[in-house]
Design a protein around this ligand. Structure first.
Ligand SMILES: [Zn+2]
Length: 262
């Protein structure tokens, strides 16, 4: 046994997209409007010993209802990458918004890791209020409650190691119990920021996203992500189409489907 921290390969898999305007993506709105499309991702961290999936995307049915362009099932993209979803033992759910926690049935052998505060929020007092209820699918929350009663939900409270080389950190801000994921790679410490930074512009320009649970925590989340990442280039935003351009395809045949972050 060596004492070296296990290094993971990290992949981002794009499964959906939509046209949007810049003014939609910043708190307080942007004065100038310009096209700023949004991509939707899941992520995978793979080592010789562990495969950890981060988030599970939404289904084609949800995409249709919400007017999103569903490109492919994230589970199918993971399969193309070589990840057998039926054998994945850990899925980190960064938060419970509709675009992050569909398709849980595609991971029959997994435990789902969620922050205490996120589950409490969506089963609590404010979940049904208009601006909150619109950003989740009730069926997803109900399913996660059911999985909990089967012993398949693992709760986090703050920062913790998931497996050696992977950590989660509660940041809040965009969602009450939003967590980001730190991954040790051969290229240094990468942070899968998920919706702590939807776009590079949010964190690089210190401009919060438009959907807010706690604005102070959203700014704090920027600080936490910056502190965890080895450099700004080690931060992977949750929805920026630029991710597919900055990194190479995981394999030539996965062009436009999956990129290798590290
Ligand atoms: Zn999102």
């Amino acid at each position: 046994m060596s004492n070296e921290t296990v290094s993971f390969e990290v992949y981002a898999l794009k499964y959906a997209t939509r046209d949007a305007q810049g003014s939609e993506h910043f708190y307080g709105h942007d004065i100038h409007d310009y096209p700023m499309p949004m991509d939707y991702f899941v992520w995978a961290a793979v080592s010789s010993q562990h495969t950890v999936v981060v988030d599970s995307g939404f289904t084609a049915e949800v995409a249709e209802r919400r007017g999103r362009e569903h490109l492919r099932c994230p589970a199918e993209s993971l399969r193309q990458l070589g990840v057998d979803c039926a054998r994945v033992s850990c899925v980190i759910l960064t938060h419970l918004h509709y675009d992050h926690v569909g398709n849980l049935d595609k991971f029959p052998g997994a435990t789902f890791l969620v922050q205490d505060e996120e589950m409490a929020f969506w089963t609590g007092r404010y979940a049904g209020r208009e601006h909150f209820r619109n950003i989740v699918e009730v069926q997803d929350i109900v399913q996660l409650v059911r999985e909990n009663f089967k012993g398949r939900v693992r709760f986090g409270n703050g920062s913790q190691e998931v497996v050696p080389g992977i950590t989660v950190h509660r940041v809040g801000g965009h969602a009450a119990g939003l967590q980001v994921v730190g991954v040790h790679t051969a290229k240094g410490n990468v942070v899968l920021a998920s919706d702590a930074a939807h776009f590079y512009a949010n964190i690089e320009e210190d401009r919060p996203f438009s959907v807010v649970t706690d604005l102070r925590q959203m700014y704090e989340a920027f600080d936490v992500v910056r502190a965890l990442a080895d450099s700004p280039e080690h931060v992977v935003p949750g929805h920026d189409p630029e991710v597919m351009k900055r990194y190479p395809p995981a394999r030539p045949e996965l062009e436009g489907i999956a990129v290798r972050i590290a």
